[in-house]
Ligand binder design. Structure first.
Ligand code: ADP
Length: 268
């Protein structure tokens, strides 16, 4: 397939804009301070940083699961332009209903939106196919491996064809080989379906492999200290993963993260 560099997201209207967004919890913790970010159409953005730097808080703010205490956040076209269907969320744990078969787990968001089982069936089948689980609609989550459960969770998040997929350390609990496979499959799905992704990770290697933009964050208070673009073409496969360019990007991102750990802002 033809190699494509991620489009120039800045040239298009961003999907979501954050302006100086902050979050202080009731106990006084300043979890996030002054975050500004444009999430472009078809961006793959990673939030990278040490524990407690506000990655999950930022993701939950974007998802509308928690409210900002300062600043502004807006979807392109205003609040009316965004519906629940525009957003998919994948947590670190697959959070599947153990008593329900794979099909029913994936159907859930459509069911909640009022879609009957029969009407939803083709969409559910299509999204199961997308994640490589078309033959597993009728099994229970307990019969699946950790990686397969995560695939179900991704299918459930994508079943409404969201414009934005938010992922909170989705592969952190998986073994290395499964993680690499899921990284590759996620990139393939993202490239084909052209939604935007915001992906929280602790891993420099994972963020460089996946993203076109990496937002480096620091803790106490949680804040953005750097943004690094990974201007490398997709698809990215083993050739990229073993290239000197990949290594050079990982080194640059590690240095920025090192600054984050020591509270130093990096000047590019
Ligand atoms: P990360 O995802 O980068 O590990 P979080 O966004 O979970 O960071 O947390 C950022 C900071 O906010 C941490 O100091 C954390 O302890 C604090 N925090 C997170 N959630 C809450 C909450 N509900 N109440 C109070 N403090 C919180």
């Amino acid at each position: 397939m033809e190699s494509t560099t991620p489009s120039t997201p800045d040239a298009e209207a961003p999907l979501v804009r954050l302006r100086n967004v902050g979050k202080r919890f009731a106990n006084g913790t300043l979890a996030l301070q002054g975050m500004s970010l444009n999430i472009g159409a078809h961006d793959f953005i990673s939030f990278l940083g040490p524990s407690g730097c506000g990655k999950s808080t930022a993701l939950r703010l974007i998802a509308g699961l928690t409210r900002a205490s300062s600043g502004e956040m807006a979807w392109t076209g205003g609040a009316a332009a965004r519906t629940d269907r525009d957003l998919g969320f994948v947590f670190q744990e697959p959070t599947l209903m153990p008593w329900a078969k794979v099909f029913d787990n994936v159907w859930l968001p459509l069911k909640l939106a009022g879609m009957k089982r029969d009407a939803a069936a083709p969409v559910v089948q299509q999204v199961l196919e997308m994640v490589g689980l078309s033959r597993f609609a009728d099994v229970y989550p307990r019969e699946l491996s950790g990686g397969m459960k995560m695939r179900v969770s991704i299918a459930r998040a994508l079943v409404t064809h969201p414009r934005l997929l938010l992922m909170d350390e989705p592969f952190a609990a998986l073994d290395e080989m499964t993680r690499i496979k899921l990284n590759n499959d996620l990139l393939a799905i993202w490239r084909e379906h052209r939604f935007s992704v915001v992906f929280v990770t602790h891993s420099v290697y994972e963020s460089v492999y996946l993203s076109n933009r990496i937002v480096v964050m620091a803790a106490r208070p949680g804040r953005v200290i750097d943004e690094i673009r990974i201007d490398e073409p997709y698809p990215r496969g083993e050739a990229f993963r073993t290239s000197s360019r990949y290594n050079a990007h990982c080194t640059a991102v590690s240095q920025s993260l090192h600054g984050a750990l020591h509270g130093v802002d990096i000047d590019h």
